[in-house]
Design a protein around this ligand. Sequence first.
Ligand SMILES: [Zn+2]
Length: 145
Amino acid sequence: MTDHETTCKICKKPISVQADPDCEAHWLKVFLSMVTCDRCFDLREMRLCATGKLQALAQYLMAIAAIKTIKPEDRQAKRKKIREHLIYWTRQYAEWFSKFHHSPRYVVWNEEFADIILDAPHKLDEVLRQYRQRTRPMLQQPEAA
Ligand SMILES: [Zn+2]
Protein backbone atom coordinates (compact mmCIF):
# COMPACT_ATOMS: atom_id res chain seq x y z
CA MET A 1 0.00 0.00 0.00
CA THR A 2 1.17 3.52 -0.74
CA ASP A 3 0.11 6.68 1.06
CA HIS A 4 -1.63 9.49 -0.78
CA GLU A 5 -2.64 12.92 0.38
CA THR A 6 -6.09 14.11 -0.61
CA THR A 7 -9.00 16.09 0.81
CA CYS A 8 -12.36 14.90 2.12
CA LYS A 9 -14.85 15.39 -0.70
CA ILE A 10 -17.40 16.86 1.74
CA CYS A 11 -15.53 19.04 4.26
CA LYS A 12 -12.29 19.45 2.25
CA LYS A 13 -10.17 18.56 5.28
CA PRO A 14 -6.77 17.10 4.25
CA ILE A 15 -6.57 13.36 4.80
CA SER A 16 -4.11 10.69 3.93
CA VAL A 17 -5.30 7.40 2.49
CA GLN A 18 -3.67 4.21 1.35
CA ALA A 19 -4.05 2.74 -2.10
CA ASP A 20 -2.80 -0.30 -3.94
CA PRO A 21 0.51 0.70 -5.63
CA ASP A 22 -0.66 -1.11 -8.80
CA CYS A 23 -3.76 1.05 -9.04
CA GLU A 24 -4.02 2.72 -12.45
CA ALA A 25 -3.48 6.49 -12.34
CA HIS A 26 -6.97 7.18 -13.69
CA TRP A 27 -8.69 5.02 -11.07
CA LEU A 28 -6.46 6.33 -8.33
CA LYS A 29 -7.59 9.84 -9.25
CA VAL A 30 -11.25 8.76 -9.17
CA PHE A 31 -10.74 7.01 -5.84
CA LEU A 32 -8.98 10.02 -4.28
CA SER A 33 -11.79 12.34 -5.41
CA MET A 34 -14.40 10.17 -3.65
CA VAL A 35 -12.77 9.79 -0.25
CA THR A 36 -14.51 11.19 2.81
CA CYS A 37 -13.07 11.57 6.30
CA ASP A 38 -14.50 9.38 9.09
CA ARG A 39 -16.52 12.21 10.54
CA CYS A 40 -18.24 13.03 7.25
CA PHE A 41 -18.85 9.36 6.54
CA ASP A 42 -20.54 8.84 9.92
CA LEU A 43 -22.59 12.00 9.58
CA ARG A 44 -23.75 11.01 6.12
CA GLU A 45 -24.88 7.61 7.43
CA MET A 46 -26.71 9.29 10.29
CA ARG A 47 -28.50 11.72 7.97
CA LEU A 48 -29.49 9.03 5.47
CA CYS A 49 -30.77 6.78 8.24
CA ALA A 50 -32.89 9.45 9.96
CA THR A 51 -34.22 10.85 6.68
CA GLY A 52 -35.06 7.37 5.40
CA LYS A 53 -36.97 6.45 8.57
CA LEU A 54 -38.89 9.74 8.53
CA GLN A 55 -39.81 9.21 4.87
CA ALA A 56 -41.07 5.71 5.64
CA LEU A 57 -43.16 6.99 8.57
CA ALA A 58 -44.62 9.78 6.41
CA GLN A 59 -45.55 7.23 3.73
CA TYR A 60 -47.19 5.06 6.36
CA LEU A 61 -49.20 8.01 7.70
CA MET A 62 -50.41 8.87 4.21
CA ALA A 63 -51.38 5.25 3.60
CA ILE A 64 -53.40 5.12 6.83
CA ALA A 65 -55.11 8.41 5.97
CA ALA A 66 -56.07 7.02 2.56
CA ILE A 67 -57.81 3.92 3.94
CA LYS A 68 -61.36 4.97 4.71
CA THR A 69 -62.40 1.68 6.32
CA ILE A 70 -60.14 1.97 9.39
CA LYS A 71 -62.12 2.57 12.57
CA PRO A 72 -61.38 5.99 14.12
CA GLU A 73 -60.02 4.41 17.32
CA ASP A 74 -57.68 2.16 15.33
CA ARG A 75 -56.52 5.12 13.31
CA GLN A 76 -55.82 7.02 16.52
CA ALA A 77 -53.90 4.07 17.99
CA LYS A 78 -51.77 3.79 14.84
CA ARG A 79 -51.06 7.51 14.79
CA LYS A 80 -50.07 7.41 18.46
CA LYS A 81 -47.59 4.63 17.73
CA ILE A 82 -46.20 6.44 14.70
CA ARG A 83 -45.85 9.62 16.76
CA GLU A 84 -43.51 7.77 19.15
CA HIS A 85 -41.31 6.80 16.21
CA LEU A 86 -41.47 10.34 14.82
CA ILE A 87 -40.31 11.69 18.16
CA TYR A 88 -37.32 9.36 18.13
CA TRP A 89 -36.32 10.00 14.51
CA THR A 90 -36.85 13.77 14.49
CA ARG A 91 -34.62 13.83 17.56
CA GLN A 92 -31.99 11.79 15.65
CA TYR A 93 -32.32 14.20 12.77
CA ALA A 94 -31.81 17.16 15.12
CA GLU A 95 -28.74 15.46 16.65
CA TRP A 96 -27.30 14.87 13.20
CA PHE A 97 -27.79 18.54 12.32
CA SER A 98 -26.10 19.69 15.53
CA LYS A 99 -23.12 17.41 14.96
CA PHE A 100 -22.94 18.56 11.38
CA HIS A 101 -22.49 22.09 12.69
CA HIS A 102 -19.99 21.03 15.35
CA SER A 103 -22.45 21.72 18.16
CA PRO A 104 -23.08 18.20 19.50
CA ARG A 105 -24.16 19.45 22.92
CA TYR A 106 -26.69 21.94 21.62
CA VAL A 107 -29.60 20.13 19.97
CA VAL A 108 -32.53 22.20 18.74
CA TRP A 109 -35.54 19.94 19.11
CA ASN A 110 -38.96 19.65 20.68
CA GLU A 111 -41.99 17.40 20.17
CA GLU A 112 -43.58 19.93 17.87
CA PHE A 113 -41.10 18.80 15.20
CA ALA A 114 -42.75 15.35 15.30
CA ASP A 115 -46.28 16.76 15.44
CA ILE A 116 -45.80 18.93 12.35
CA ILE A 117 -44.88 15.80 10.37
CA LEU A 118 -47.74 13.87 11.95
CA ASP A 119 -50.20 16.47 10.67
CA ALA A 120 -48.59 17.08 7.29
CA PRO A 121 -46.66 13.95 6.22
CA HIS A 122 -46.91 14.98 2.55
CA LYS A 123 -44.83 18.07 3.38
CA LEU A 124 -41.94 16.17 4.98
CA ASP A 125 -39.23 17.52 2.66
CA GLU A 126 -40.46 21.05 3.21
CA VAL A 127 -40.61 20.55 7.00
CA LEU A 128 -37.01 19.25 7.09
CA ARG A 129 -35.82 22.07 4.87
CA GLN A 130 -37.46 24.68 7.11
CA TYR A 131 -36.02 23.03 10.20
CA ARG A 132 -32.51 23.31 8.75
CA GLN A 133 -33.08 26.91 7.67
CA ARG A 134 -34.32 27.99 11.08
CA THR A 135 -31.82 25.99 13.09
CA ARG A 136 -28.65 26.73 11.12
CA PRO A 137 -28.14 30.28 12.50
CA MET A 138 -28.55 28.96 16.07
CA LEU A 139 -25.87 26.32 15.55
CA GLN A 140 -23.30 28.24 13.59
CA GLN A 141 -20.55 29.52 15.80
CA PRO A 142 -17.47 31.54 14.89
CA GLU A 143 -15.12 28.69 15.78
CA ALA A 144 -17.06 26.11 13.76
CA ALA A 145 -15.35 25.31 10.49
ZN1 LIG B 1 -14.90 15.38 5.95
